[in-house]
Design a protein around this ligand. Structure first.
Ligand SMILES: Cc1ncc(COP(=O)(O)O)c(C=O)c1O
Length: 460
């Protein structure tokens, strides 16, 4: 069918020039090799016609609504690169909002979407009649979550939720419902979490990180410093059977990319078994970013609940989930559901993306190691500015000694065309974060590290 819509009309009065800029930008990105693009990062692309960027006044201030300077938001993206509205070329070192597993609009996934739609795979439908890709994805996640012969396997998947926040809320509800059913006589339930956790934007998960201090009652939250086994043991000894569960992210991307150690998490597993608590691993950041797909598999851990989202659908229509043991199947459908969960086409994209992870697993492991080695080398080279390399594989952080140096460094990178983020909004936080897409070649990593080195040398 011919396209009945006029882009110029749909995108309003800015249409003709915006459309022209988008077309020119997309074709410019598509016709340049990775090496050519790396050479041009940070430059204005004159081949793209200038246009008047659309102001953001209808957006809330927290999303840039109050911005007075000319906006420089994303114009078009392809793979690891994007052109901003001022026509500057950027290398995206954070995979969008940490979800674009293969960068922007990977052509293979775009083609997969087109072919699947033509076949009759639907974008979305009622969750009571899940289309084949949803069921295939559930089976595939189960097989990836369990080593052969796993006792008490993770064999059930809630895929009815759209965002990670709803998935985290669902895992917490499972934990509390199991506690209420079996151990309410122990007293008010306790949830153990790591200080600096982020388990989404639902109110009770926000309570886990210290928000809404007086609004939630009959639930006690104990925050632990990650990687401190003595404090972990003391908390389990102190609260015992009142502990409903322990939550952790394998790499705390919301707290300076701190990697939580395998031994620490295995100790939490042992203690959970000792007191009858559930172990929940939030893999929303880590999941799909390593060759064995889940970080908990790499860490040789056997959780009770695993939360997934973000990278699962590679930045296409979102879909999240909770993978858990069948005996924890205690929620009713409307206890945890999103209208846009159980979505077929995103599930299909997730299956294609998993196939790409499998076929590139060697490169994925090598690049992950190269990033970490590179960050460690920078720390040894610039001890006057850098305190430590954080993270694991693609989820990497550079902790600076001084917060203002970290912030200026991130601004300098932006001027040079490298999109990174910096954690500096909490006391003591001063870490630059990157999460390159899985498409990154050795040349991309070398380029990023080279730019870091050059700008670190320039700091006075
Ligand atoms: C570790 C972790 N958990 C949960 C969430 C919430 O996911 P969503 O933003 O899809 O609701 C995020 C999002 O950044 C996250 O990083």
């Amino acid at each position: 069918m011919n396209n009945p819509f006029s882009i110029a009309q749909i995108l309003g009065s800015h249409g003709p020039t915006l459309e022209g800029a988008m077309r020119a930008g997309s074709s410019w990105l598509a016709t340049h090799s990775e090496a050519q693009l790396l050479n041009l990062v940070g430059r204005i692309v004159e081949e793209v016609p200038p246009f008047q960027a659309i102001d953001k006044s209808s957006l809330p201030d927290s999303f840039g609504g109050g911005q007075t300077s000319p906006p420089d938001d994303l114009l078009v993206g392809r793979g690891l690169f994007y052109l901003a509205e001022q026509r500057r070329l950027f290398l995206d070192c954070t995979s969008g909002h940490y979800q674009m597993l293969w960068g922007y609009n990977h052509p293979a996934l775009d083609a997969a979407v087109a072919a699947a739609t033509q076949l009759g795979v639907v974008w979305d439908n009622h969750s009571n009649i899940p289309q084949a890709p949803v069921k295939y994805l559930a089976h595939r996640l189960v097989s990836l979550a369990n080593p052969a012969g796993q006792k008490d396997p993770l064999n059930t998947v809630l895929l009815g939720v759209c965002t990670g926040s709803v998935a985290c809320g669902a895992a917490l509800k499972i934990m509390l419902k199991v506690y209420q059913a079996r151990r309410h006589e122990s007293g008010v339930p306790v949830i153990l979490t790591l200080d600096g956790n982020y388990h989404g934007t639902d109110m009770v998960p926000q309570f886990l990180r210290g928000m809404w201090p007086h609004l939630v009652s009959d639930l006690e939250v104990v925050k632990l410093e990650p990687n401190h086994p003595e404090a972990l043991a003391s908390a389990f000894q102190k609260y015992g059977t009142r502990i409903a569960g322990f939550w952790a992210e394998p790499v705390m991307m919301n707290r300076e990319a701190i990697a939580v150690e395998a031994d620490y998490l295995r100790l939490a597993r042992q203690w959970c078994d000792e007191v009858g608590a559930l172990l929940c691993i939030d893999e929303i950041q880590t999941g799909f970013w390593q060759s064995r797909v889940f970080a908990f598999r790499e860490l040789d851990l056997h959780p009770d609940l695993v939360v997934v989202g973000k990278g699962m659908t590679a930045g296409f229509h979102p879909l999240s989930g909770v993978i858990f043991k069948e005996r924890l199947d205690v929620l009713e459908q409307y206890d945890a559901i999103s209208t846009n969960g159980s979505a077929a086409l995103p599930s299909y994209v997730a299956l294609c993306s998993l196939q790409m992870i499998e076929s590139m697993s060697g490169q994925i492991s090598q690049i992950g190691q190269k990033i970490m080695d590179g960050f460690c080398a920078l720390v040894s080279e610039f001890p006057e500015h850098l305190q430590a390399a954080h993270g694991r594989g693609y989820l990497a952080g550079l902790k600076f000694k001084r917060v203002e140096v970290a912030q200026n460094f991130q601004r300098d990178l932006l001027k040079a065309g490298l999109w990174t983020r910096v954690h500096a909004y909490h006391e003591g936080h001063r870490t630059l974060l990157t999460k390159l897409g899985l498409l990154s070649s050795p040349a991309v990593v070398d380029f990023m590290l080279g730019q870091f080195r050059m700008l670190l040398q320039a700091i006075r």
